[in-house]
Design a protein. Structure first.
Length: 124
């Protein structure tokens, strides 16, 4: 991501009103999604403390977004704006939310595939 940030005079492939904001949103939604997926592999941390993991993912995304906008100030042909940072933040939150939704659906579908648990020995 930061490699793209340092490219001088970079333009979005499609040009229309707010296309740069959409590009920021999509880029940071992917960051939120991948960060949540990475956090999910931390030995059950998501199940034990989901709010803490979500807060860490959002904080990480905001830090990267702030760094991104700060770096852009010194790159020729690029500009930094608070609206880009807002698009970054909304993207991180959307990616995080999507990851949580997808993980829940996956867990439910795996539970449905297993079927009902057999009665334990001695149970009724």
């Amino acid at each position: 991501m930061l490699y793209v940030t340092t490219r001088p005079n970079l333009q979005t492939p499609l040009r229309f009103d707010y296309s740069d904001k959409i590009a920021h949103f999509v880029e940071y939604a992917m960051l939120g999604l991948l960060s949540r997926m990475a956090a999910g592999g931390l030995s059950g941390a998501v199940r034990r403390r989901p709010a803490l993991v979500a807060a860490a993912v959002v904080a990480f995304g905001l830090l990267v977004g702030a760094l991104d906008e700060t770096i852009q100030r010194s790159v020729p042909g690029r500009q930094s704006s608070w609206t880009d940072f807002v698009a970054d933040a909304i993207g991180v939150a959307a990616g995080l939310a999507f990851a949580g939704w997808a993980a829940g659906r996956w867990r439910r579908s795996r539970g449905a595939q297993r079927g009902p648990r057999p009665m334990e020995r001695g149970g009724r």
